[in-house]
Design a protein around this ligand. Structure first.
Ligand SMILES: [Cu+2]
Length: 217
């Protein structure tokens, strides 16, 4: 089971700030859930081993303490932490993000780079390292979802609508992305490669005639 936590599509192996806060949130929620489970199991064990102690607490008290107070104490900080983390993932205008357009179609992805003079690629997304990027995601047919698990959360690709997702990669390398919304018989093959270039080489890479995935537009 633990082998599923690694690999190129693992959210537990983050390679960017957004994916990093999502992974942290996951660990904090896991710890919170484990703590609550442990507390309940300890109380359960006590009622089994020391029934005379458990009988001293009235049924109404058990419900108030175990059913309301205990979950409230554990869940309230988790909810606050989750809300604050979610708020930080929103694509704020600050940070001068680069804009890349992503178009989903059964069953592949096309990316257009306004900064590269409208260069387009299919099946390969090129990003600069260490810079916030807004991916503007839409679809030409059915609903798909854009997701690069090691870099950020996912966002729906909806026909006739543009959704914006803020992503950033910490360092150059290759990553993998996929469609995360069942969209027909070719869905499982609707993957794409992500190539993160050093920021200084990015413009030259986009202009190169042998850019991976380049298509004529
Ligand atoms: Cu799909």
């Amino acid at each position: 089971m633990l082998a599923g936590c690694g690999g190129p599509l693992s959210t537990l192996d983050p390679a960017g700030p957004a994916a990093n806060s999502i992974a942290t949130l996951w660990w904090v929620l896991l710890a919170g859930a484990a703590l609550l489970f442990l507390l309940v199991m300890v109380l359960f064990g006590i009622t089994l081993l020391r029934p005379q102690w458990a009988r001293k607490v009235s049924p109404a008290r058990w419900i108030m303490l175990g059913g309301l107070a205990l979950p409230a104490i554990v869940l309230t900080p988790l909810v606050v932490f989750a809300l604050v983390t979610g708020e930080r993932l929103l694509p704020r205008p600050a940070g001068n993000p680069l804009r890349i357009e992503a178009e989903a179609r059964q069953w592949h992805w096309t990316f257009t780079y306004p900064a590269g003079g409208g260069v387009a690629t299919e099946g390969v997304l090129h990003l600069p390292a260490g810079r916030p990027i807004d991916i503007v995601v839409t679809s030409l047919d059915v609903i798909h979802a854009f997701w690069i698990p090691r870099l950020a959360g996912k966002i729906d690709a909806i026909p006739g609508h543009a959704n914006r997702l803020r992503i950033e990669a910490d360092r150059p390398g290759t990553y993998e992305g996929l469609c995360n919304e069942f969209c027909g018989k070719g869905h499982s093959g609707m993957r794409f490669d992500v190539i993160v270039h050093p920021a200084a080489d990015y413009d030259a890479a986009l202009a190169a005639p042998d850019l991976a995935g380049r298509i004529a537009r």
